[in-house]
Design a protein. Structure first.
Length: 179
């Protein structure tokens, strides 16, 4: 019990230290605005991607039907490209927003910093929604994908001898009765 309290104390101290450091940055107002807007943009983009890329069965508890299976091989590559494009764009835009003070001034460097913060927020939201969709859709089509998830599930299976970690569906014994 003491170990858990020490771990939570260390984690709380680490979070407070990071928040104090963020507060000392001149781009802190832009970070606050991004922390409010980013989840909203992620949710809108995620559901838009589901509809536009014909993955509408993702939210239901059914197996993927053949058209969704046919589309997934192409869409997986598109999602990876999208993630690999927007993630570095987000990092670069936020580095620019921090180096050019996106503060509450109306000076030109501050306005450029705000534009960089807006670009960083949009790119971060696109990268996040694409990553979430990639993991959810990959596990919907194959519960052992992506590979990291499969390795973790296999390790948990080995450690616990529990069939549920491999994502296998247990059949209902009442349905298996032969009449």
């Amino acid at each position: 019990m003491i170990e858990v309290l020490a771990f939570l104390g260390l984690l709380g101290w680490l979070i407070l230290t990071v928040l104090e450091w963020l507060r000392s940055l001149s781009a802190f107002p832009a970070i606050l605005v991004a922390s409010v807007l980013c989840p909203l943009i992620v949710a809108r983009d995620y559901f838009g991607l589901i509809q536009n890329w014909r993955l509408s069965g993702l939210g239901t508890h059914r197996d993927p039907i053949p058209p969704e299976r046919f589309y997934w091989s192409i869409q997986r590559l598109r999602l990876r490209r999208r993630i690999l494009f927007f993630a570095p764009c987000s990092v670069l835009a936020w580095l620019n927003a921090i180096s050019l003070p996106a503060s509450m001034d109306t000076a030109l460097p501050s306005l450029v910093g705000w534009l960089n913060a807006a670009a960083g927020t949009l790119a971060l939201a696109r990268a996040t929604s694409s990553t979430i969709l990639f993991f959810n859709a990959s596990q919907w089509f194959d519960t052992m994908r992506p590979t990291v998830v499969g390795i973790l599930r296999y390790a948990m299976y080995r450690l616990s001898d529990n069939y549920e970690y491999l994502g296998q569906k247990r059949t209902n014994p009442e349905r298996e009765e032969v009449y």
